[in-house]
Design a protein around this ligand. Structure first.
Ligand code: ADP
Length: 372
């Protein structure tokens, strides 16, 4: 049964690590492909292959003895996944789904073609092309591919900023007057069953476009939360998704919902589901891609999730800070075990659970002081 299935994950970062943790509960065999021999997953499975998920040859070789292949990152080789499908392997999410989402412009066009509200934007080839759109500034410029954690996002206030803009294919979006940011994680299986988690409110650090913290459930008006859930379900159906999908959305100042971006894989807006929900997003992904019944997505209690970013302050005294964090009741530490150093990268996260959001917010303040 489950123990005979060979599952492969393209990408070996922290999301893959948490997926392995839940695959263990199902007794599954997990193999991982990552270009970095020191990726977090390398130590969690004896079946770790070092190779680029973007390489046709590496993905084909990796998949040849597997039954089901999934992803924890979008930057993967689509042609190799299509070839593996032809060979009879199951690939979820489908290569077509990954391909449409890999590129922020084709993703936007897909959503528009299904009447999903998105942030209006133009495709630009590079810096020179931007001059055509000077009249549209200020705007938000995003790399079409491979952006993550805000690294591929910049604001262009005036035409003077074009000199320092990304010089590669991008999308120039309208600068949205954002009131709130939400994410809904939705799961869908081959039989078309769909389940959503409660919307999560994400709070970003203004300057770097990187997530600061997020609250589940989002403490917003019922109507907008319901609307967000309906949109996420509609997108999962439109994509004929098999797997899980995070739908990131903006609530504008005039209370309109706009889809910002999609991620067809486990997502940081679902980290809290490990401790706070009946079924974690990782288990849900496994259920969805293995044709198992989708699990209950109910939240047991409120939670707040904070990323731990590498800083000089953290590096100066990691051991003592970890001790202090673990001394806080209801603070669940996830340390990713990343090798090497790079200021600003995510090295872990903490999910705080408790009986009320008020008590959790107080603990979050204590944690912020410890980390800084
Ligand atoms: P990434 O793929 O790197 O996470 P996103 O497209 O999600 O990039 O953007 C990161 C953050 O930048 C968003 O969560 C939001 O805070 C801000 N942002 C993105 N697009 C816009 C926009 N059009 N207008 C205003 N802010 C934006």
């Amino acid at each position: 049964m489950l123990e005979n299935l060979k599952i492969g994950i393209l990408g070996g970062g922290q999301l893959g690590g948490m997926l392995i943790r839940h695959a263990i509960d199902f007794g599954l065999n997990i193999s991982v492909l990552d270009k970095d021999a020191n990726a977090p997953c390398a130590r969690y499975t004896s079946s770790f292959s070092c190779g680029a998920p973007t390489s046709y040859e590496a993905v084909l070789e990796f998949g040849k003895d597997l039954d089901v292949i999934t992803i924890e990152m979008e930057a993967v080789n689509i042609d190799a996944l299509r070839e593996l499908e032809k060979q009879g392997k199951k690939v979820f999410p489908a290569p077509d789904t990954i391909q449409v989402i890999q590129d922020k412009f084709t993703q936007k066009q897909f959503l528009l073609s299904h009447n999903i509200p998105v942030v209006p934007g133009e495709a630009v080839e590079g810096k020179n092309d931007l001059h055509k759109y000077e009249h549209k500034l200020p705007g938000c410029l995003k790399k079409r591919r491979n952006g993550y954690d805000g690294y591929g996002v910049m604001v262009l206030k005036t035409s003077a900023d074009i000199d320092t803009a990304f010089d590669e294919p991008c999308v120039l979006e309208e600068l949205v007057d954002i009131k709130h940011e939400l994410s809904v994680i939705v799961a869908r299986n081959e039989h078309g069953a769909v389940k959503c988690y409660d919307p999560v409110k994400m709070v970003f650090s203004g300057e770097k476009f990187v997530l600061d913290f997020q609250e589940a459930p989002a403490q917003l008006e019922e109507g907008i939360l319901k609307e967000a859930t309906v949109l996420a379900e509609k997108i999962a159906d439109a994509l004929k998704l098999v797997g899980i999908l995070a739908v990131e959305m903006f609530v504008t100042k005039d209370n309109k919902l706009l889809v910002n971006e999609l991620a067809p894989r486990p997502h940081n807006s679902g980290h809290h589901t490990i401790e706070a929900s009946t079924t974690s997003q990782y288990e849900q992904l496994l259920r969805a891609i293995l044709g198992l019944p989708l699990g209950d997505t109910s939240l047991h209690f409120p939670s707040l999730m904070m990323n731990i970013l590498e800083t000089d302050a953290l590096n100066s005294n990691r051991q003592e800070k970890v001790q202090q964090l673990l001394d806080i009741d209801g603070a669940h530490l996830h340390w990713y075990g990343k090798k090497g150093n790079r200021l600003g990268r995510k090295v872990g996260h903490i999910t705080i659970t408790g009986s009320t959001m008020e008590s959790i917010v107080v603990k979050a303040e204590t944690i912020r002081k410890i980390l800084n």
